[in-house]
Design a protein around this ligand. Structure first.
Ligand code: C2E
Ligand code: CA
Ligand code: CA
Length: 710
């Protein structure tokens, strides 16, 4: 395999997805570079034979030239230096580096550029540090105002504790007037005291002042809301539960004390009070909680400045209580391809995009609206209910999100729960909307989902499917169908893929897309995949016994099982039980956009070790990179239908041809999936594709029919 091919095809794949202005291949060890492609020009395919130019000279030339913005020169001198770059890569474990700078034109125009520097594996094993530089022009991004080097140093920014100066505030919740004044007398020199005559008042004071209160002294036996109930309520509220509480008690039984501690009390003190002991306990508890805890850091997310999930729950509950007559809508939005962006451009760019969206979202802030980053790339927006067309609201959101972002390939998805049921805890409302959001995660054709009757109906269906799972498995209601694969050259059958279907009580067939995503979420998929695998092994065994022709039948392994480390030995045991060779039951696994290639590697390595044949499914549908293939040890790639559909377009033909020939040179077989037309078949055949699967030859067939065609 030629080094140059690998480079070009990898870069090319990337170029199809994202519009780079320029792609440069550089060898930092040799201090050389080649421009692979600039916008509009053809690929420079002659790296192997041509002599590269000096990278350091190019850097110096650029910095000295009038092309470089004056204010960036000094900074770039430090960054654009071959040995400094090497060092930066080393310091950051070879993670992607992003450099931004301004470029000047004759007419005084300025263009913002962003260069992603990415290490590519050194296939020639020369020990050289080889990188790609993807130059991206982002003229409109105000974010990249001056030259910056962004690496992956942990964001050490520590939110400074808003040190409570002077006297700490404490809240005393106590119904007995005598006791109250006693405590006040003891403590008012050192603390500022807020009083509540019962638990209910205490909770009200807390709701408004929780940030200012350093500790609570709580009586257990009170009318209206007892100390126990008070503790219980606070314990449920993640913002409040961080305030240390000392329980005051007369009781001699340790049962009460135990109960209080279990409910989250920090300590207790017995009446009659010993002032010395009380002060000491208060002081040490406050100090401890201040040292170990920083309230502001859990209220606001440091990346976006929005509320954290805990703070969101707290403020939303409060908003509901204060506005009993107002209805609210909850919109959750997510960056569907955050993982992929992070893998492609580096974690830092991923973080920047999250922060960018957080900032944009904050611009939407209106009265009675609460914004939060729930986690990762998921944002919550709780707002006053409106009947207005949501699509416009959401479109506005998408536009603002993507406008001015570092990359133009952000995919956003929304889940909307209109007129939320305020009798439910906010956490439940949020979880439900989240599960609606999950139902469209990584689905290309759906960007908005409503939590409504349909979803409730779907959730009921889901519950039913989960309930029927075991019995269906036993009754054989899960049927395995087979789609034959054909040799492109001889047009004879050379394999098949096992595909699951679910036979309904009324006799109809449920397609896998209706239940697999659900079983992937709840984990049942593991059992189902194992069932399919065993059944196929059994089928192969029977054919072997009967002396019939045997062809490889591949089975699908769900992406979620990737994380199950024990899978390879388990599957190996199954094959050994049936005493069949492993190469007649290859395993298909999707290189999904949702997964990082290191996860795939962790999955692939053990399967390779146990001698399984691995097929990479849906190749080309995500961001699969050809270069990574040989490190991941896949025997076969299955070109996704979406790639096959490209046949007939200029870019598509050339990409497919290159992809196939790259794979072949690397010793990888190519199957084309979803082949429906003669034109597609002919093109694939002449492009050296090995195997064809698709309606052009055959749809998936039930066992009986399949069994008879070969
Ligand atoms: P997949 O693994 O990509 O399987 C190929 C799908 O494309 C199958 O859909 C097949 O019927 C369909 N197909 C094949 N040729 C053509 C064609 O020419 N045109 C069109 N339009 N479609 C074609 P199916 O059987 O509905 O399966 C859908 C997906 O469900 C599969 O996609 C796979 O991801 C999943 N799946 C099926 N069986 C299993 C299983 O046992 N375990 C797991 N984990 N997933 C499975
Ligand atoms: Ca498959
Ligand atoms: Ca596929």
């Amino acid at each position: 395999m030629e080094l140059s091919d690998n480079i070009i095809y990898t870069a090319m794949q990337r170029l199809v997805m994202i519009h780079y202005q320029k792609i440069v291949y550089a060898d930092l060890t040799d201090d050389t570079y080649f421009v692979l492609k600039t916008t509009g020009s053809d690929w420079n395919l002659n790296i192997e034979n041509s002599k590269g130019r000096k990278l350091s000279e190019w850097f110096t030339f650029f910095i000295k030239s009038p092309l470089c913005h004056e204010d960036d020169k000094k900074h770039l001198e430090k960054i654009l230096n071959v040995s400094n770059l090497k060092e930066t890569f080393e310091k950051n474990n070879n993670q992607t580096i992003v450099i931004s700078y301004r470029r000047k034109f004759d007419n005084q125009d300025v263009e913002f550029h962003l260069v992603t520097l990415e290490i590519i594996p050194d296939i020639s094993k020369s020990g050289h540090l080889i990188i790609f530089m993807f130059v991206h022009d982002i003229t409109n991004d105000e974010k990249v105002y001056s030259a910056k080097l962004q690496t992956f140093e942990e964001n050490k920014k520590f939110i400074q504790h808003n040190l409570k100066s002077g006297k700490r505030k404490i809240l005393i919740v106590e119904d007995d007037k005598m006791n109250m004044s006693l405590l006040k007398n003891m403590l008012e020199d050192e603390y500022e005291i807020m009083e509540a005559q019962n638990g209910l008042l205490g909770l009200e004071i807390l709701a408004d002042n929780y940030k200012k209160i350093s500790a609570i002294l709580l009586d257990i036996y009170m009318p209206i809301v007892s100390g126990f109930e008070f503790l219980e309520k606070i314990n449920k509220d993640s913002m409040l539960s961080n305030i240390p509480i000392i329980v005051t008690t007369v009781s001699e039984t340790s049962k009460d004390e135990e109960k209080c501690l279990r409910l989250g009390a920090a300590d207790f003190i017995k009446k009659p009070y010993n002032p010395q002991v009380l002060k000491m306990k208060l002081d040490s508890i406050i100090k401890m909680s201040e040292r170990s805890f920083i309230l502001s850091s859990i209220e606001f997310d440091d990346l976006t400045g929005l509320y954290t999930k805990e703070a969101f729950y707290h403020h939303a509950e409060k908003l509901f209580k204060e506005n009993p007559d107002i209805s609210f809508d909850l919109i959750l939005s997510t960056l569907d391809n955050l993982n992929q962006i992070s893998e492609q451009y580096g974690d830092n760019v991923g973080r920047q995009i999250v922060s960018h969206i957080g900032n944009k979202l904050a611009l939407f802030k209106q009265p009675k609206m609460i914004l939060s980053r729930i986690r990762d790339g998921i944002f919550a927006n709780l707002m006053v209910h409106s009947e207005e067309t949501d699509s416009q609201r959401l479109l506005d959101l998408v536009e603002t999100f993507t406008e001015g972002a570092i990359t133009n390939d952000i995919i956003t998805k929304f889940a909307v729960y209109k007129n939320v049921d305020k009798t439910l805890p906010v956490s439940v409302i949020t979880e439900r909307t989240l599960s609606a959001l999950e139902s469209i995660t990584h689905k290309i054709d759906k960007n908005v989902v409503y939590y409504d009757n349909k979803i409730i109906y779907q959730q009921k269906l889901n519950a039913e499917m989960e309930e029927n799972f075991e019995s269906s498995l036993e009754n054989g209601d899960f049927e395995i169908w087979f789609q034959p694969k054909y040799s492109a050259s001889t047009q004879s059958i050379n394999g098949a893929e096992a595909l699951i279907r679910w036979r309904n009580k009324d006799g109809s067939l449920i397609p896998p897309n209706s239940f697999i995503p659900l079983f992937e979420r709840d984990g049942l998929i593991k059992k189902l995949d194992e069932y399919v695998f065993s059944s196929v092994c059994e089928y192969q065994r029977k054919r072997l016994e009967k002396g019939l022709k045997v062809i490889p039948i591949s089975i699908n392994l769900s992406r979620v099982t990737i994380f199950n480390t024990n899978l390879a030995p388990q599957y190996s045991n199954i094959v050994e039980d049936y005493e069949i060779p492993k190469n007649i039951v290859p395993i298909e696994i999707t290189e999904s956009a949702a997964f990082l290639s290191r996860d795939i590697k962790n999955f692939a390595d053990p399967f390779n070790k146990y001698g399984f044949e691995l097929h990479m499914d849906d190749f080309g549908s995500g961001y699969s990179s050809l270069a990574s293939l040989q490190f991941l040890h896949f025997d076969t790639i299955k070109l996704d239908k979406s790639l096959v559909n490209f046949i007939g377009t200029q870019g598509g033909d050339s990409l497919l041809r290159h992809t196939i020939s790259f794979a072949k040179e690397t010793g990888i077989n190519v199957v084309a999936e979803g082949v429906e037309t003669e034109e597609q078949f002919n093109f694939l055949k002449t492009s050296n594709c090995d195997t064809i699967q698709g309606y052009y030859f055959s749809k998936p067939l039930p066992l009986k029919e399949f069994d008879e065609i070969y």
